[in-house]
Design a protein around this ligand. Structure first.
Ligand SMILES: Nc1nc2c(ncn2[C@@H]2O[C@H](COP(=O)(O)OP(=O)(O)OP(=O)(O)O)[C@@H](O)[C@H]2O)c(=O)[nH]1
Ligand SMILES: [Mg+2]
Length: 294
């Protein structure tokens, strides 16, 4: 420990679904970044700020790096990852304990060599026989010159303090860049759209979430009340009834859950209206992808 104030940027990177966004949320102690059991939940760069007495950690959550560039959206997501990696002080390369595959190997290829990379072995809670963890860690460690290696469990909050302490050693000495009560560089409009998208990922079947996006058409604040109109944009006409559900049940549940999360995150009442729109082929269309903020 030293008495210096340190502040720096830390990229959280890895293949889809290893728990990058969960790690960010559990470090911050609140749900800022959306998560789900499905791969490719995160589509945007998201800054999460964690300030302590002696350190300001600027975490950048990134989309899981894609193996296949199947459409313009996937390509945009990979571009985001590469851009983030080019300009940070520390990189966390997150893998899932006991599971290293070609997706992880692909991320290894784009890891920077000009800054320290920490290997974070997440989901350690799922390994019953802890004796198996060490050989796995050794195997992955041999693939890259990692500055440090740490097994953690984001979900169970295991070893997260240790991780923060380790990261601190690699951050530059400089004053805080953001105010100590600031949480992110994203506005509430963005966060609202993300929370609706999370519910779509969590409450719909396997395929549809990938061809969806959410656009906030209106965001008004009157005192403590936020009035939000969110359009759910689907790719094909036949996806619309699936999102709406029988008698509107599905959409109602999506809206209710998203509103509850928004109220928690924004600390005030939210009036949320959602509807579904069809915009054919948006995820394949470079311009549409860009205009939707990717
Ligand atoms: N058992 C266990 N599950 C975890 C842990 N961390 C994350 N998960 C689960 O792993 C799944 C994926 O988590 P996310 O945080 O969305 O993963 P991600 O890496 O951000 O995924 P993308 O945004 O799609 O790249 C979710 O179901 C999480 O609950 C952990 O430490 N232990
Ligand atoms: Mg994520």
């Amino acid at each position: 420990m030293d008495n210096l104030f340190r502040c720096g940027t830390i990229a959280i990177t890895g293949r889809p679904n290893v728990g990058k966004s969960t790690l960010l949320n559990h470090i911050l102690g609140l749900k800022l970044s959306i998560t789900s059991r499905k791969a490719q939940t995160t589509r945007h760069r998201l800054l999460g700020i964690h300030t302590t007495d002696d350190t300001q950690y600027l975490f950048v959550d990134t989309p899981g790096f894609q193996l296949r560039h199947v459409n313009a959206l996937n390509s945009a997501m990979n571009r985001t990852v590469k851009q983030v990696l080019s300009d940070v002080d520390v990189v966390l390369f997150v893998v899932e304990a006991m599971s290293f595959n070609e997706g992880d190997a692909k991320v290894l290829e784009i890891l920077p060599t000009h800054c320290p990379v920490l290997l974070v072995v997440n989901k350690a809670d799922t390994v019953r026989d802890k004796g198996k963890l060490l050989p796995f860690i050794q195997e992955v460690s041999a693939k890259f010159k990692f500055a440090e290696v740490l097994p953690v469990s984001a979900k169970k909050n295991l070893q997260l303090d240790e991780l923060l302490k380790t990261i601190r050693n690699y951050l530059p000495e400089q004053p805080a860049i953001y105010g100590e009560d600031e949480l992110t560089d994203r506005n509430e409009r963005f966060l609202a759209a993300e929370l609706v998208r999370e519910k779509l990922f969590r409450l719909l079947g396997e395929e549809i979430p990938y061809s969806l996006t959410v656009e906030i058409e209106k965001f008004e604040q009157e005192g403590g009340l936020r009035r939000i109109h969110a359009a759910i944009i689907v790719d094909k006409e036949n996806q619309k009834p699936i999102v709406i559900g029988k008698g509107g049940e599905k959409l109602k549940r999506i809206s209710t859950e998203a509103r509850t999360d928004m109220e928690q995150l924004f600390g005030g009442k939210v009036w949320l209206e959602t509807w579904v729109k069809v915009r054919g082929g948006w995820a394949d269309d470079e311009r549409a992808v860009k205009s939707l903020g990717y």
